[in-house]
Design a protein around this ligand. Sequence first.
Ligand code: BEZ
Length: 396
Amino acid sequence: MSIINRREFLAGSSALAGLSFMSLAGCSKKTDSIRVGFMLPYTGTYAKLGMAIENGFRLALGELGDKPFGKTIDFYTVDDESNPAKATDNANKIMTRDNVDVVIGTVHSGVAMGMIKVAKDTGSLVIVPNAGANAATGAMCAPNVFRTSFSNWQPTHPLGKIMVEQGLKKSIFVTWKYGAGEEASASFREGFEAAGGEVIKELFVPFPNVEFQAILTEIASLRPDAVACFFAGGGAVKFVKDYAAAGLKKSIPLFGSGFLTEGVLDAQGDAAEGVTTTLHYADQLQNAKNKAFREAYRLAYSEEADVYAVQGYDAGLLLIKALQETSGDLSQKVKAIQAMEGAEIDSPRGAWKMSKSHNPIQNFYTMKVRNGVNEVVGTAWENLEDPAVGCALKEL
Ligand code: BEZ
């Protein structure tokens, strides 16, 4: 917990960055179970992402054995459908009706914004295992909200430098028209222009549409040196296939944040050959933790882990820090938050540290698809920290 907030708390002040003393202290809630809520998409274009996050999280908690700290772990689930319009209702269901000790959620940036607004009122402990909305650990940052994934500013920031180094100076950015796509595009522009590139056009399709024909035609007529993009899940499969089918791949190389190929490379097949991405995880990372994690995940779920599984797993590792500090009693919120602040996580992606605004400070890797494998071709940026614009926590 930040110094001033802690001082205020110890002095008995009710003001703790918008949370009431009661909600943060979580005074009377003590049970013989640990109540974990998943607010994730289980249907729609991000369904696979939600499931991988839940799988990874369960794998981490499983490392504590059957009855950690003498308690059972009870799970509660809400399918948020990646629908921002339902975010407030869904967050209230899991935080108030199910009265969980911690929420693991969510994937879609717009849904995360609605969820965090509710969490700021209820004081619920939240770990964001994917959604990159910059404000979650920026203007809307809060003592009770942590993220184990990335901010939307991070993955596309290193991309422009790599492209310019390859002599590709005029680019188009293509994405879905919603918070994550717009923030990814803005960050790409910042990094690309700083490296000497020029974004000649941004092209959008509404989320979660996958009708790409019109933008592919426009790309062909504008003839940029390269195309960069943000797509994920089912939409990423369709975009990469359509891009190749339109005959663009040979003449205009395709780049993206690593979500473009994560968990969907097999489905993309030959169409993904040659695609270059930057991301905070690569399945080919040769560290011992990654090898053990991938093996354990394969054994448990009979499928390959991806970045979403890692982010869920790391959410579990982060929560374990809070459980260890509180002997499994998450109603001791101040202690739980203290344990999570400044945490160092021994992750399959490589060790990372929690920033003051509660977002990972982490390496970003460059990958290129060769023979159906996402090969690591370099480290695009070491220890990249989100600027956390507008977050008061970092100044305290
Ligand atoms: C987002 O909405 O923040 C997001 C969704 C999927 C992958 C990456 C980011």
